[in-house]
Design a protein around this ligand. Structure first.
Ligand SMILES: Nc1nc2c(ncn2[C@@H]2O[C@H](COP(=O)(O)OP(=O)(O)OP(=O)(O)O)[C@@H](O)[C@H]2O)c(=O)[nH]1
Length: 371
């Protein structure tokens, strides 16, 4: 039996001497008095086989502003729980077919799958210590012995409201934290000016791809490209135009990366790196040739270049085959040496680090492209 509403004697507003739930050092999460005033109403699932009690609870809790759903037994409770997703469950223990302990255990299983937590309060006439112990062990959060004072029940629900409010705030904070972390991670991987990946990400990826060569037996090509006479560009057109030029070259490189695993990175100031997995040396040279043509065909003027009227690149190309072994550092060094040769030979060209050293031969067409 529940106490009748007439016996209810809630303290007047403001007479409650409870301290705030959390001091304000809990960043972004607090249950201040103003927040308390706006405590959210709850979706309450009442599970009891006694119709009169269900009706009484529904009337009282609805009057207190809560939304109440009723279930008269275990199976109906599980169904209502899945469908209505209540904020709190008031659960009778002694019921035919399935008792409240069984229901609580099933509810916890459902919640485990969802990664959620809904408070369960047992309302039971069984008042022994071991009854309470069993209820909590089965997944209950509180255990009230019938007859339950409505004042006590309302106070318990008020506590649940606070928890729900804090839970919502915590979810918001952790959501913001997740978004900030994702942004930070992206920033730590990207070059701010061009949006390409940065040197750190390049190093990680290169390390991974070098291992992949041994695992898959597929060759890996690396290109280092440097804008020719870029100092002249800056000096003539200004630093901002220089920045825009870097962005534009980055876009060309990105659009030239046709395969999902190709990677374009900003290697340094006006230097870029291209990682081309599963690409033999001839393919990498053809890639460099196509890039050179793209730049020649685009209206990216370089009025201060002695090489061409447009922006040009010099590229060093190297390839790691499965029958070779090399560290990522050695690959970068080879590509850098090849880039140096491309500059020395007059710029606006690509140079192979591997052709002579590895005794590679290319087809006539490929050699014709090799400036
Ligand atoms: N606008 C701009 N310029 C940059 C940036 N990073 C590096 N630079 C400039 O790039 C220029 C590189 O100059 P150098 O290393 O002499 O190379 P270069 O003039 O391209 O000559 P070569 O490479 O030999 O053809 C310097 O003037 C740098 O200030 C950047 O983020 N923005």
């Amino acid at each position: 039996m529940f106490d009748l509403p007439a016996r209810e004697s809630l303290p007047p507003q403001g007479a409650c001497a409870e301290p705030p739930l959390h001091p304000s050092e809990t960043a972004g999460v607090s249950a201040s008095p103003s927040a308390e005033a706006a405590l959210p109403s709850l979706r309450v699932l009442v599970v009891d086989d006694q119709a009169s009690l269900r009706a009484l609870l529904k009337a009282q809790l609805s009057a207190a502003g809560h939304e109440v759903t009723l279930a008269d037994g275990g199976a109906q409770a599980l169904d209502a729980f899945k469908r209505y997703r209540p904020d709190v469950v008031l659960l009778d223990v002694h019921m035919p077919v399935h008792d409240g302990y069984w229901v609580a255990a099933r509810l916890r299983e459902i919640e485990q799958e969802r990664g959620a937590w809904t408070p369960i309060i047992f309302l039971s006439a069984l008042g022994q210590d071991h009854d309470l112990q069993k209820g909590i062990a089965c997944g209950g959060d509180d255990y009230l012995i019938k007859p339950v004072s409505l004042v006590v029940l309302k106070s318990k629900l008020r506590a649940m409201q606070r928890i729900r409010l804090l839970q919502g705030q915590l979810l918001t904070v952790s959501d913001e934290l997740r978004r900030s972390n994702a942004k930070l991670l992206r920033l730590s991987m990207e070059d701010g000016l061009t949006g390409l990946v940065n040197r750190r990400t390049l190093d990680e990826r290169l390390r991974h791809e070098v291992l992949e060569v041994q695992r898959t037996g597929r060759p890996l090509s690396l290109l280092l490209c440097d804008i020719d006479h870029f100092k002249n560009y800056n000096d003539t057109l200004g630093h901002q135009a220089g920045d825009e030029c870097l962005r534009q070259v980055a876009r060309y490189l990105l659009t030239s990366c046709l395969r999902p695993n190709d990677l374009a990175a900003r290697y340094g100031g006006e230097e870029f790196a291209l990682v081309l997995p599963n690409t033999p040396h001839g393919g990498a040279l053809a890639w460099a040739h196509a890039l050179r043509k793209t730049l020649a065909d685009t209206p990216l003027e370089h009025p201060a270049s002695p090489v061409a009227p447009h922006v040009t690149l010099s590229c060093g190309v190297t390839t790691l085959r499965a029958d070779q072994s090399a560290s990522p550092e050695l690959l970068l060094q080879r590509a850098d040496e090849a880039l140096y040769h491309a500059k020395e030979l007059g710029r606006n060209r690509y140079y192979s680090a591997d052709l002579q050293r590895d005794g590679l031969t290319l087809g006539e067409q490929e050699l014709a492209r090799f400036d």
